[in-house]
Each structure stands twice: as C-alpha cells, then as structure tokens.
Design a protein around this ligand. Sequence first.
Ligand code: TPP
Length: 639
Amino acid sequence: MSSKPNTPLLDKVNSPEDLRALEEADLQQIAEELRSETIDAVSITGGHLGAGLGVVELTVALHYVFNTPDDKIIWDVGHQCYPHKILTERRDRIRTLRQGKGLSGFTKRAESAYDPFGAAHSSTSISAGLGMAAARDLKGGDNNVIAVIGDGAMSAGMAYEAMNNAGHLGSRLIVILNDNDMSIAPPVGAMSAYLAKLVSGPTYQTFRDAAKNIAKNLPKPVFEKAARAEEYARGFWTGGTMFEELGFYYVGPVDGHNLEHLLPVLKNVRDTHHGPVLIHAVTQKGKGYAPAEGAKDKYHGVAKFDVITGKQSKPKANAPSYTNVFATSLIKEAEADDKVVAITAAMPDGTGLNLFGEAFPERTYDVGIAEQHAVTFAAGLATEGYKPFAAIYSTFLQRAYDQVIHDVAIQGLPVRFPIDRAGLVGADGPTHAGAFDTAFLSCLPGFVVMAAADEVELRHMVATAAAYDEGPISFRYPRGEGVGLDMPERGSVLEIGKGVIRREGTKVALLSFGGRMGECLKAADELDAAGLSTTVADARFAKPLDMDMIKRLAREHEVLVTIEEGSAGGFGSHVLTRLAEEGLLENGLKIRTLTLPDIFIDHDKPDAMYDKAGLNCDGILKAVFTALGTEMLTAPQRA
Ligand SMILES: Cc1ncc(C[n+]2csc(CCOP(=O)(O)OP(=O)(O)O)c2C)c(N)n1
C-alpha cells in the first residue's frame, strides 16, 4: 500500500522490520526522508556526512532485502552508518551522535544488535564478515553476512588478505564495494544494471550466454552496446577480473542510488547460494545535498552547519593548529634540505601534508590507506639517504607496529614519525584516541621518542627530527590548536635526551611529557599560592630520558608527579623504572604517574574527557595532595 504524498513515512519506521512491512514502491520516499533526516541531524551534531549520504539507498535496500539483525551488515570504517542508525531503532537518539553519553559516530557492538561489528579504522569488514560466515558454517546456520567497503578502504592490504582467504574458504559472504570515486567509476546505466541483475540471478548459466540471449532480441547498435556493457559487467573491467581471480563472483557495476537496480540484484544474490560474491555499487559521496556534492572533500567530516547554506560554524581559532605548525615547519626544513620527503596514508589534509604537497609535490607520497606499507616504504627511502617523515596519526600507526619494529627499528633506519592526534580526540572517541604510541615506541631499542609541550616545541622537534640521522625518531602532538605563542621562523635543533625546567620550586615537581604542560603550569600557580613551591619541567624526551634532570627532581623535591596524555607503560613507567634502578625510590620520595586511565574513554567534549582521565589541573592537584596526605583545597579556598 503506497502512502499519500507528504506523509512522513519514516515516522512509521522504527526498525528494519517496519521497513520490510512497506511496499517496494514506498522505498524511494523513505530514502528521501532518510537523507533529509541525516542532513538535519548532522547539521546539529557535526560529524561524518558525505559518506552517509552516499549510502542512503544502499542502506534502505539492504535492510529491506536482508533480515537484519540475523543477517549481519558490517559497515567498513563505520563513518557512513548514520542512516543505518536511524533505521535501526536509534532515530530518537540520532541528534546525540558524537555527544557525551550519546550515540557513537561509528558502529558499536555495545550500542545495538544491528551493529554486529565495531569499526572506525578502515578495511576490517571483509575479515570480520568472513569470520562470522565461517562461524555460521560451523554452527550450520543460514544467515547472510554482508560487508560494505568503500573504494578507499579497499586500498588497504587487509582487505586483500581477507578476500584471498574468502576465495579459499568459499563461504557464502557478500561484499559490497561502495565505489564513490567518480573519477575512476566506469559508466553505469540501465543496461549494465540489467546485465548485473541477470548475471546475479538463479537462472543465469554463464554470462556470455546471458548476454547472447539479450542481444539476439536487440537491434544491431543496441546489440553492440549490450556486448560492451556485458564486458564491463563481467570481464573487461579490471576490477571485475581481479575480484574473480581472488575467488569472488563479481556483480556489477550497479547504480548504488537506484533502488530499482539495487533491490533485484540484492535479492538475487540473497536467494542464490554462492560462495563469496562481490557487488560493485557505484555511488556519489555527499549525494543529494548540493553543498556536500560541490565540496572538495564531499563533506567527509563537518562541524555543525546551516542546512540551507551549508555554511559550517567552526569556532574562530586563537592559534594555529598543531597540524598546521607541523606542516609549515616541515616545509621550512624541506626548503633547506632536499632529502626531506613526506608520506601520508590517505590523510593529506588531516596531517597537513596537503600544504607540504603544494610546496613539494614531487617529494610527497600519498600511499592510500596503507599504514603498514607507508612505514616500510619510508624505511626504503631511508636506506637511500632520504629523510622520510611518515606522518601517521597515533591511532593509525598502531596498524603498522611490526613494520615500525622489524623494518625500521631493528635496522636502525632514520625514519621520522610525526604523530598527530596524540592523546584524547573528543567526538571520534576511543577508536581514534592516540593512547598507546609512547608506550609502544619507547620500549624499542634505539628509538628517540619526543612529545611537544606547545607549538614552538613542535617546531623545534621537526627541526630536530630533520637533523637526526642516527636512527628512528618520533614526536607526538595533540589534536587542536596550539597555545598561541610567537613562533620562531625556523625550529632549533634540540639536544637529544635533554629536558628543560620551565619554572623552579622546592617542594613539588611536575614533570610533563607533551601537551598537558599548560595544565601543569596552571596547577603550579595554585600550588604556589597554597604555599607549595612547585617546579615544572618539560621532559621533551621519553627516550632517552634526561636522567640528570629527573634525578635532580627526585632528590630535591618531596613530591614528583609525571604527566602524560598516554597509557600506562609509557613515559611515567620508564621514569619509575629508572628511578628504582638508581635507588631513588627508597628515600621517601612521594611519586605519582598520571596517565590515561585503564579504560577506553567514550567520546565526549575534550574537557569532560580530561576530567574523567584526571589529566587536568584538578587531577594534578589531587595527585599532589593525596601524595602529601593532605586535603585538597576547595574551589572557594583556591579562589
Ligand atoms: C586504518 C585507517 N586509516 C585511515 C583512516 C581515516 N579514514 C577514515 S575514512 C577514510 C576514507 C575512506 O574512504 P572510503 O572507504 O572510500 O569510504 P568513503 O568515505 O568514500 O565512503 C579514511 C582515510 C581510517 N579510518 N582507518
């Protein structure tokens, strides 16, 4: 039963079951309303918009054709899942996306049965889906498993590892390649969609027979077109051939915005019992919202915005971002040294290497979503005397850990690791937090590990890394803006393994590694005001540690607190180990190590996250007062 125009059909759809009760003819209206609802929600919350808009029809079609949540849809990266969340019992909370205690901006198992696998890092969906398919086979079940993966995510090796394995196992698994790269997308249309439908159908024998069957009833020019389209659909197009060679049954390309094309293809694939099938859907990022369609990044990630104009409301920055300082500093170094080269794994804008690329296009490498390759590629460059800066966010560097150890560290190669988004990152939550890099790098022999206390320090660290040729070196810096300092034209080369005292005191020592320096200085003001004379030191290096400075802090103060925006096992742990070795923990020194707590902190406003972690002025004061065994000053006393 088709409803009257202008009736918001979406109001009747709380779950996919409600959706499946509708007529196929109603789905176009649902898609339109779903698109508007997604735009409206993200205009309030900010977040990933373009990717979700590109899969609206696909989302509707998948939930209509498949019996979710028994049939499992795994969204790769998960940033395109907002329409999916709206259709799967979360519409009432969609305007809490990415807010504290609200919905996650990614798929999350704890949030819903309709999210069978959590994501945020890319290219995991086929592996996870294959695992679920193998489990189903072991259990003798018959549910479907569908992995939806973007053409970008398909650039990562893991996706091919999974397909290789899927071809070998032969389990029934549906992969939907969500191809929104218009510049490489082949032409699509009714004919290729029709062929795709035929070749995915149960009556299909061989695609050549199918093409012949259609073609013999067609006039000659159409026949020739049909033959060409058939080649596109099954053989000629390299994607098809390649996927087939990996053991997948290739279907497509199909217009991912056309429900009349999508629904029969999905039904055919559902109702035939193939092994691994790949449906190649061509979509447009930002589809259906003009400001997104026209934007260079297709509104990949946006701040809150005005729906009518598309204008985003980004708060005015008081200081340049750390990302920008990194990029401009690296450009300075590269102007002076033609061996400096830069590598990004599909994040040119996020890392600032877009700016570097404009200045030095021939010395900039975007290798795709391929962090492992990026690191070993950098190692190769280093063997030939180049100075590679492999700029990878802390969270994504996790994926390349073996390459960091085996290809870089063991060979002592001077690869530079600028590590952006070090620490808590706010709305993106725990999947994107840069929590572990200090721990996983400062345990590696021969590595130099730095963290910038502010943007001037970052500039110095870029210069230091450019000058340092003896082995691997990293420097971490947080998301967001610097503190607004005057910047030197060019960075100075720091002495390796030397920290710096920022202010001298006598009773309490705060030893900071990285971006929490501002909070240390604030806490020191309060402690001084409370009669506790406080030293503040910037360690600069977690490896090698400045043991002269650290020993002096330990000997000359009653309390020593280390602060870092990273997990346990990092800077503070190394300080403790070394002080124990020196016998300096036996003389009544009261020591505390402030790190991120042993939990994954959910997405929230940065301040709330710091509060939870105890990594702010209050947290530092609390640590000092508990170490001293005295009451903490109340806010009125402090005022
Ligand atoms: C391992 C990893 N590296 C980098 C990223 C950052 N990232 C998020 S989405 C994205 C692009 C994904 O492109 P595609 O798969 O085509 O999806 P689309 O956004 O086009 O829908 C990147 C690079 C990530 N999520 N995971």
